[in-house]
Every structure is written in structure tokens, then in C-alpha cells.
Design a protein around this ligand. Structure first.
Ligand SMILES: Cc1cc2nc3c(=O)[nH]c(=O)nc-3n(C[C@H](O)[C@H](O)[C@H](O)COP(=O)(O)OP(=O)(O)OC[C@H]3O[C@@H](n4cnc5c(N)ncnc54)[C@H](O)[C@@H]3O)c2cc1C
Length: 372
């Protein structure tokens, strides 16, 4: 998509993942003139490599319940405005004899999560006996002692991102993908616009009263263009993709290091994920390692023994734009977000939106547009 426009805007948004697309839409709906740029395809960064879920994140309840609440609240708005794009994803969470959580603990956790479920129009959990769980999902391991159910929403993030881009354009925004921002136009402490290279190799400039950095894990690179530092703790995650459904329901499992893994039944295909590892490499060349695949299969195999009989077709990988925090184990890093006005750092006119989740992109977009 390349829609040429004027060279002066109210706002230029850098990054056409779910965050930037949401910001562009919000600003366009407010009547501002907007240019949205992405160096690749819409949603082809972290957004497309996600687990495709609009969820509340019950595991954050232990150490960051406010994120669970915000996520559930915004998920409620997203499933209302994009009802045509979302579908229910029902999990069976089986419990094995030596799991970290026994069935009572697991049910208690779900009882707490049930308080948040109505915010996102989802149903409360059910407790299942081992026989009931295996009747619903015959592939489950014979030694499970019971299970609980949990309901989330699924979404195709590429379609969700594109729907936001499309609506932004319908409200007057210009949007160009395969167009990389290569520099910021600056005058002393003021950011005046962007320099970009379009897919045909041509370099142009767009002036703006404000520039939004919504470049996900690349946002520190965009920050550097204005001489400001953005502290992230990027964390890589992979999925294994099966071109069909393997199970009636989505299934959760415990990994060897006690993390929650998911086998998500998304309509006609299945995603098995995910890992969460500190990432130090090149964001434009993220490889999937064989041991990452083995790690996932090992965890899923415990609860769903036949998993290795199925033929995956590919893997996906993405890097979470997680906010920096020293010492914490990757999986326990907060999924909070931050809207940063860089006026105080000597880059007036630049606003960054970092961190967060797909499940609260709408709220992140609204707060970023407020800041702009
Ligand atoms: C494995 C994994 C699973 C996840 N699962 C979920 C989930 O199920 N539910 C959930 O809520 N969250 C999930 N998340 C988190 C969620 O995916 C991210 O928080 C969210 O997608 C980030 O979106 P974003 O738009 O900020 O970043 P991105 O989607 O990465 O978008 C940033 C965009 O900026 C563009 N860009 C970068 N530099 C430039 C430049 N110089 N010029 C132009 N464009 C540029 C990139 O091309 C990219 O498209 C998951 C994350 C991972 C890694």
C-alpha cells in the first residue's frame, strides 16, 4: 500500500504494528492529518508473531494484576468494536499429579480470574473431572487428575492491524508500508518530521507537528535518531504452526522450567507456543533454534502425548517490546506500557509508546493520542 500524500501533517506515526495502526486510527478519528509508515508489511513485526489472542493474561495476576485488569477491560472494548474479527478460544487446563499448581490452587486462580472475565465478555471457568476433561479432549494424557476451563478471544492480528490502517485511511490518513524511516528532521531540541525511503528507493521528507514512535522492539532505534534513549528489555518468543486443528479445545501445559505453554486451536490451524528469552541479536534477522522447538514439544507432550505425530509446517518468531527491568525472570516482566513525551529529553515533538500488549492496543493508542 503506497498512498502518496502531502509533505506536511499534524502527526507522523512510525510503525504499522497494532500499536502504530491503532494510534493512526485514533488520531485520524479526532480529525488530525496523519501519515503512517512501516518499513515492512502491516503487522509483520511482533504483532503478527503473537499468539493471536486478545486475552487478560491470568498469569500476570500473581505479580501485576493491574495489567490483567487493564488488559481485560480493553479486550472488552476491542471485541466490541471488532466483533467480526474475534472468536472465542476455550482452553482446557489439565492438572497432572506433580504440577506446580494442584487442582485446588488452579481452581482458586481461575476463581480470581473469573472476576475479570465479564470485562471482556467471557464466561467463568468450569472445573472438570479427569474423565470429563478426557471426554471433551481425548488427546489428553491418561494420568491427568482433573482440569479447569478458561475462555479467551482469538484474532488474526494481521487483519486487526489492517482494519485499523484501513479505518485510519477512511478518516483521511495516508499510509505507506515498505517505507522505512531513516532519520528525523530536527532543529535543535525540536523534532520537525521524518525522512523516509519508500519501496522504490526514493527518499522523501514529511514535516509534522508531532512524531509518534510506535516501532515496537525497534523503538530504541527510532529514539536514537532523536538522540534519546529508550530502555527496553526485548524478549524473543517463538511458535510452532500446524496447518490444521489438533485438538477440540485449546490446551495449556507446564514447561520444564514451570512456565505456561499453550496449544491454541485457532479455527482451522494450531499454534504451539511460546518461549520468552532475553534477546540481544539483530531484530531484522531473528532465527528459530531447534532447541526452542524441542522445549515447546517437551512441555506439550506431557499433557498431549501425540503432539509429535503431527506435522508442523513452519515456525513464527517475534520480539516483545517489554519495558526494561533488571533482575526479573523474563516471564515475570510486566506487560505494562509507557507513553513517553521526549520534550524533557531534548526532543520536543517526539512521543514514544512502548511496552504493552496486543490485547490493550486500543487503550495504548488512546493515551498516546491524548499525549499528542
Ligand atoms: C511470541 C509472542 C506472543 C505474544 N502473544 C500475545 C498475545 O497473544 N496477546 C497479546 O495481547 N500480546 C501478545 N504478545 C505481545 C504483542 O504481540 C506485542 O506487545 C504487540 O504486538 C506489539 O505491537 P507493536 O505495534 O508495538 O510492535 P510491532 O508489531 O513490532 O510493530 C512495530 C512496527 O514498527 C515497524 N518499524 C520499525 N522500525 C521502523 C522504521 N525505522 N521505519 C518504519 N517502520 C518501522 C516494524 O516494521 C513493525 O511493523 C506476544 C508477543 C510475542 C513476542
Amino acid at each position: 500500500m503506497a498512498v502518496a500524500g502531502p509533505s506536511s501533517y499534524d502527526v507522523v506515526v512510525i510503525g504499522g504494528g497494532v500499536t502504530g495502526a491503532g494510534v493512526a486510527r485514533d488520531l485520524a478519528l479526532r480529525g488530525l492529518s496523519v501519515l503512517l509508515l512501516d518499513k515492512g508489511d502491516w503487522g509483520a513485526g511482533t504483532s503478527g508473531a503473537s499468539s493471536w489472542m486478545i486475552h487478560g493474561g491470568p498469569r500476570y495476576l500473581e505479580y501485576d494484576w493491574d495489567t490483567t485488569r487493564l488488559s481485560c477491560q480493553d479486550a472488552g472494548h476491542i471485541v466490541t468494536i471488532a466483533r467480526n474479527l474475534v472468536y472465542r478460544v476455550v482452553f482446557i487446563i489439565p492438572v497432572l499429579p506433580h504440577d506446580k499448581n494442584n487442582i485446588e490452587r488452579m481452581e482458586t486462580a481461575m476463581e480470581v480470574y473469573d472476576r475479570f472475565q465479564p470485562l471482556k465478555h467471557a464466561h467463568a471457568h468450569r472445573r472438570l473431572t479427569a474423565a470429563e476433561a478426557r471426554r471433551a479432549e481425548p488427546g489428553l494424557a491418561p494420568d491427568i487428575v482433573g482440569a479447569v476451563t478458561m475462555e479467551e478471544w482469538g484474532v488474526d492480528p494481521h487483519r486487526l492491524v489492517f482494519a485499523n490502517v484501513d479505518d485510519a485511511v477512511a478518516h483521511g490518513a495516508h499510509a505507506m508500508n515498505h517505507t522505512r524511516v531513516i532519520g528525523l528532521i530536527r532543529d535543535g531540541g525540536k523534532v520537525l518530521g521524518v525522512r523516509y525511503r519508500a519501496s522504490d528507493g526514493e527518499t522523501s521528507e514529511a514535516r509534522a507537528r508531532a512524531v509518534v514512535n510506535a516501532a515496537g522492539p525497534w523503538s530504541p532505534q527510532v529514539g536514537q535518531m532523536a538522540g534519546v534513549e529508550i530502555d527496553l528489555r526485548p524478549a524473543k518468543g517463538i511458535h510452532i504452526v500446524y496447518p490444521h486443528r489438533i485438538s477440540n479445545f485449546s490446551v495449556s501445559a507446564e514447561s520444564i522450567d514451570g512456565r505456561d505453554l499453550l496449544m491454541v486451536a485457532h479455527g482451522g490451524f494450531t499454534l504451539v507456543g511460546t518461549t520468552d528469552d532475553d534477546f540481544y541479536g539483530d531484530l531484522d534477522s531473528v532465527d528459530v533454534m531447534e532447541d526452542e522447538v524441542d522445549y515447546l514439544l517437551q512441555g506439550i507432550e506431557r499433557v498431549f502425548p501425540a503432539i509429535r505425530d503431527y506435522r508442523p509446517v513452519r515456525t513464527t518468531t517475534g520480539v516483545r517490546p517489554t519495558l526494561f527491568k533488571w533482575r526479573r525472570y523474563e516471564d515475570e516482566l510486566s506487560r505494562r506500557y509507557e507513553v513517553i513525551d521526549h520534550g524533557a529529553d531534548g526532543a520536543d515533538g517526539l512521543v514514544s509508546i512502548v511496552g504493552g500488549k496486543l490485547s490493550m492496543y486500543r487503550l495504548m493508542a488512546e493515551e498516546t493520542a491524548d499525549a499528542v
